[in-house]
Design a protein around this ligand. Structure first.
Ligand code: MN
Length: 501
């Protein structure tokens, strides 16, 4: 788990107006809240209490420490008493990590028979958190506001989502994406501004010649290939032509050799994601299909045809969803099934679909591939599990990055697909194909997506807020009329926002 060495800091706003005893009580209550949050078993990342902040220098100190602490992925603030918000300005100005404002209160209910003015002055989060909230809004700082009692399971779930997103954000800040070759020639939507991506989203996109990978491939030993093919035999159902002694077994061995080389290469470069390009494979026997499928399962982001934006997004989604039920994969809109309200899209790719999205035991098969001019590649073939998920993409609109997410319902295919030599998922985009696909196309969405069963729109919303990028959500509430309006409003908003920076 990526989360085990990470922390979220908890800072309580107070002041000395009500005397030192009040701050001592606030401090004790804060400790109890943090202890309660950690012991609830619902949060994926440890909360560390950093004490009360009672003045501008104290606020500034803790925010600066958080910026410089690699283990800290974000800060939760809470105002127990009234905390005059000018004291937060300098700290917030410098703070460069995710912020969650927990609008809670120590006591759950009003103690009707005992409440007096002392109690009111000590327990006035309703008041203090509004003062704090004003300052954050006045400074135009994005943050997540979570409202409710800290013992409430719903409140803890909102915090947990933000924690996962914050951890993925931290992960992206030193993400290296290895691109073998360039973008597939002439493709528009997978291209984009890598410089802006590094400034805005944190990750670094590097180019390598495929020859650099070939050099690794040449050092892989036959013993290493034997061991990996043995592992394949444990995990997958081999097609007859792939079994030992059969015609295409040598192609399975070549796929294993490429996988070993690719994993080693990515480790040496400290990379978390990679792209391939079927047109740029000089010195490789076949397109790395099986390798890409298995590396996705290990958490590497992947994008085909040089699609580094989807590769990065898939890695981010994988980090967010660690330990949750439901996998994720790179996918591509391939072909339609028009059938009234049941109209659906068959998602697939030439080879590269992650086995994380199936509970089936994948079949290992070797078939010819019509493009790329290489030998027949190995791949895992399976059908995605039925269920609900989100397809997500990021496109470069020239003046901003736009994230588009579509809630989709994955179906069991109506019949077997005995001649389809690749993994696939059949889904209906919400609210239906007609509106879902039209909205996606109006938004300029890709044919590639990073798909997840585990995440909800809240994850993408938190991510877009932290990154400061546009988010468009397509789901059962979407109408084309409203969606077009949102596109127009966003166009003006981002144009003005850019001009004001
Ligand atoms: Mn593609």
């Amino acid at each position: 788990m990526e989360f085990k060495n990470q922390e979220v800091w908890f800072v309580t706003g107070a002041q000395l107006l009500y005397g030192g005893d009040a701050v001592i009580t606030v401090n004790a209550h804060s400790e109890e809240i943090v202890k309660g949050l950690n012991e609830a078993g619902t949060l994926p990342i440890k909360v560390v209490y950093k004490g009360t902040a009672n003045s501008s220098p104290e606020v500034e100190k803790v925010f600066k420490e958080a910026n410089n602490a690699p283990e800290c992925v974000g800060i939760i603030t809470w105002m127990h008493t009234f905390s005059p918000a000018k004291m937060w300005i300098k700290g917030l100005q410098n703070f460069n990590k995710p912020l969650l404002h927990l609008h809670t209160q120590f006591n759950q209910e009003i103690p009707w028979s005992e409440i007096d003015m002392d109690f009111m002055n000590l327990n006035q989060s309703a008041h203090g958190d509004r003062e704090f909230g004003h300052m954050v809004s006045r400074m135009r700082k994005n943050r997540k506001v979570v409202v409710g009692h800290w013992t409430d399971a719903n409140v803890q779930e909102r915090i947990a989502v933000w924690m996962r997103v914050s951890a993925a954000w931290a992960d992206a800040q030193d993400m290296v994406i290895v691109r073998f070759g360039d973008n597939m020639n002439n493709v528009a939507v997978t291209d984009g501004d890598r410089l802006e991506a590094e400034m805005r989203l944190g990750y670094h996109v590097d180019y390598y010649a495929i020859g650099d990978l070939v050099a690794y491939q040449d050092k892989v030993t036959e013993v290493e290939v034997d061991a990996l093919v043995d592992e394949y035999e444990q995990l997958y159902i081999f097609a007859d032509n792939c079994k030992k002694g059969a015609k295409d077994h040598s192609q399975v061995r070549e796929a294993a050799r490429i996988e070993i080389a690719l994993r080693r290469f990515l480790k040496d470069k400290n990379a978390k994601a990679f792209t391939s390009n079927f047109d740029d494979l000089h010195g490789l026997n076949q397109l790395p299909g099986l390798a890409s499928q298995r590396l996705m399962q290990e958490g590497y982001g992947f994008g085909a045809e040089g699609d580094w934006k989807t590769a990065a997004l898939l890695r981010t989604i994988w980090v967010m969803s660690q330990g949750l039920k439901g996998g994720c994969s790179f996918l591509e809109d391939y072909t339609y099934h028009f059938k009234g309200e049941k109209s659906a899209i068959l998602q697939s790719h030439m080879l590269e679909v992650s086995p994380m999205i199936t509970s089936q035991k994948p079949r290992l098969e070797v078939h010819p591939l019509g493009i790329g001019g290489k030998a027949d590649p190995a791949r895992l073939v399976f059908t995605a599990d039925p269920g609900t998920g989100y397809a997500a993409t990021i496109v470069d609109m020239g003046n901003r990055f736009r994230m588009i997410v579509n809630k989709v319902d994955v179906l069991e295919p109506e019949a077997a697909l005995p001649k389809l030599p690749v993994a696939s998922a059949l889904w209906i985009p919400q609210p239906n194909l007609e509106i879902g696909a039209a909205a996606w196309i109006y938004a300029g969405g890709t044919h590639h997506s990073a798909f997840s069963y585990a995440l909800t729109n809240e994850y993408f919303e938190d991510y877009a807020d932290i990154a400061g990028i546009e988010l468009l959500t397509i789901d059962n509430n979407t109408t084309i009329c409203n969606f077009k309006f949102e596109l127009k409003v966003n166009e003006v908003y981002y144009m003005l926002n850019k001009a004001l920076q």
